[in-house]
Structure formats: structure tokens, C-alpha cells
Ligand binder design. Structure first.
Ligand SMILES: *[C@@H]1O[C@H](CO)[C@@H](O)[C@H](O)[C@H]1NC(C)=O
Length: 141
């Protein structure tokens, strides 16, 4: 191939690639939602971190009073097998850290919404298909 052909081929690639991206965004917005269900007058302190393909995010310390929620969203194209969304939790009589989103564990279960209920026994994940909360993580002692 001569130089002009190679140049044309490169231009064609860019046109197709840009057109493809502009036409539609194939990524899904994933939402992780955390609710404090520990009990009345028990505050939950939450500090979450997102580790993605393109960026890392430190979401800072949040204080959730009883029945209040915190949520964070990210795009599915920012996910690699190593992506993690993990949070540290503190409340009276307890503290722990665990993954609230891990693609190997969670993508086969849900497509876009990951709802968590933080209770005294552990962390419950909402199963939208079966309409129930499953205990997915028990607090370490
Ligand atoms: C998070 O979950 C709580 C409790 O199920 C709900 O009230 C709230 O609307 C949810 N927030 C988002 C952003 O999905």
C-alpha cells in the first residue's frame, strides 16, 4: 500500500469510529444505593471509593441517619474485571468494609441497580426479580 492509501484508511477509521460513538452510547448507567436500616437514632457513617477503568473516585465521608440513603452512579464502560466500589462503614458498636459492587459477583445478578440495606446483622442486597432482600455480607466481629 502506498502512503496515500494508508492515510485514507486511517481517515476512514476515524470517521467510522466517531460516527459509531456519536450515533449511540452503548454504556449503561449503574447505580449503587445504600440505605441505613440499622435502627432508629443510629447513624451510619459511610466512606465509599470507586476504582474504575478511566478514573478513581473518593466519595468522602457521608453521614446517613436512619432510613436515609446515599447513591452513586457510574457507566458500565468504566468497568473492568478489576473495578470495585467499596465502602467503609462505622456505627455505634461496629465498623467494617466490603465491596458493594464487584463485576464478577454482581453483573450476573443485576444489570444496573445495586441496592443495599445496611442492618445490624449485615448488608442485604435487593433482588428485583424475586422481590426480596438477601443477606450477602455478614459483619466481621
Ligand atoms: C435508594 O433506596 C431507597 C430505599 O429503597 C429509596 O427510597 C431511594 O429512592 C433510593 N435512591 C435511589 C437514588 O435510587
Amino acid at each position: 500500500m502506498d502512503k496515500v492509501s494508508i492515510l485514507l484508511l486511517i481517515c476512514l477509521f476515524f470517521v467510522l469510529f466517531e460516527g459509531g460513538l456519536g450515533a449511540q452510547d452503548p454504556s449503561v448507567t449503574k447505580v449503587v444505593n445504600i440505605t441505613n436500616d440499622l435502627g432508629s437514632r443510629i447513624n451510619l457513617l459511610v466512606h465509599c471509593n470507586f476504582h474504575g477503568k478511566f478514573h478513581d473516585e473518593n466519595l468522602g465521608l457521608q453521614t446517613l441517619s436512619f432510613h436515609h440513603s446515599f447513591s452513586h452512579s457510574f457507566k458500565s464502560d468504566d468497568v473492568t474485571p478489576k473495578t470495585r466500589f467499596f465502602c467503609f462503614f462505622w456505627w455505634k458498636n461496629g465498623n467494617d468494609v466490603f465491596d458493594l459492587y464487584n463485576p464478577q459477583r454482581d453483573d450476573p445478578r443485576f444489570a444496573a441497580k445495586y441496592s443495599w440495606s445496611i442492618r445490624r446483622k449485615g448488608a442485604y442486597s435487593y433482588d428485583e426479580k424475586n422481590h426480596r432482600w438477601d443477606l450477602l455480607y455478614t459483619w466481621k466481629k
